[in-house]
Write a protein that binds this ligand. Structure first.
Ligand SMILES: N[C@@H](CCC(=O)N[C@@H](CS)C(=O)NCC(=O)O)C(=O)O
Length: 245
């Protein structure tokens, strides 16, 4: 099985955590989506990461990938068994992918980190302010009412926990911390979930990915033990994405 996409992407991290829970081995081509070549564009029509390649099957979109993994590799289920609980888990996954993705990635991480690095110009400060002052607090109010005081959303640690927690690591990369006095459950849940082994195993590779320049990155990741593919779909020059940015 192959994964295409940077260790630092929250959607890639989500898929890697699910692969870890399932005990599935994989190789990874950890590219940033804006630096994908024509082969990447053919595999991922929206030029987004993650991409999963399993034999002759190519999937793009973390939710589709995780659903496939759960159906094709039934050990260690990612969703609870009860239909109502499953539906609620899917909703929380969808909420995280869409709303938390919009806030943490496009509102903060992209503006504060990716945009300056990739395009060499500052991100949208008005959007950062709106995210921090208005939209993210509203999302945290919602999560505070949904997340458990202890343990996980459902009996076992699974997809819904992963889908939510992954975004907070990108938040931390741009200095966002949950205010524990205002959102105590959320702050404790995020700390607990991100400390889970499924997230801990890829953290060293994230640090390498963030701490090295593109020229030395593959070598540094290999030296750290990352299971890299032999070939990469990375290019030197960035290209604008297919979607809004
Ligand atoms: N719904 C998709 C979202 C994936 C996504 O937005 N990935 C980002 C990286 S974190 C990306 O590839 N962005 C490039 C772009 O949109 O041009 C999923 O769940 O996989």
């Amino acid at each position: 099985m192959k994964i295409v996409g940077s260790y630092v992407s929250p959607y890639v991290r989500k898929v890697l955590a699910c692969l870890h829970l399932k005990g599935l081995a994989f190789e990874i081509d950890p590219i940033t989506p804006f630096y994908g070549n024509d082969d990447f564009a053919r595999l991922s029509p929206l030029r987004r990461i993650p991409v999963l390649i399993d034999g002759d099957l190519v999937l793009t979109d973390s939710s589709v990938i995780c659903a496939y993994l759960d159906e094709a590799y039934p050990g260690a289920p990612l969703l609870p068994a009860d239909p109502k609980a499953r539906a609620r888990a899917r909703w929380l996954e969808e909420y995280a992918d869409t709303r938390l993705g919009d806030l943490f990635i496009w509102g903060l991480f992209y503006q504060k980190f990716v945009h300056p690095v990739v395009w060499g110009e500052p991100g949208d400060q008005a959007r950062i302010d709106r995210t921090l002052n208005r939209d993210l607090p509203a999302a945290l109010d919602y999560l505070e009412g949904e997340l458990p005081a202890e343990g996980w959303l459902f009996e076992e640690f699974g997809l819904a926990d992963i889908a939510i927690a992954t975004f907070f690591r990108n938040g931390a990369y741009v200095d966002f911390e949950v205010d524990a006095s205002r959102w105590p459950r959320t702050a404790a849940f995020v700390a607990r979930a991100l400390a889970h082994e499924a997230f801990a195993v890829t953290l060293p590779f994230e640090r390498v990915q963030l701490g090295t320049d593109p020229k030395g990155r593959r070598q540094a990741l290999l030296a750290a033990g990352a299971p890299l593919t032999a070939e990469t779909m990375a290019t030197r020059e960035p290209r604008r994405g297919v979607m809004a940015l």
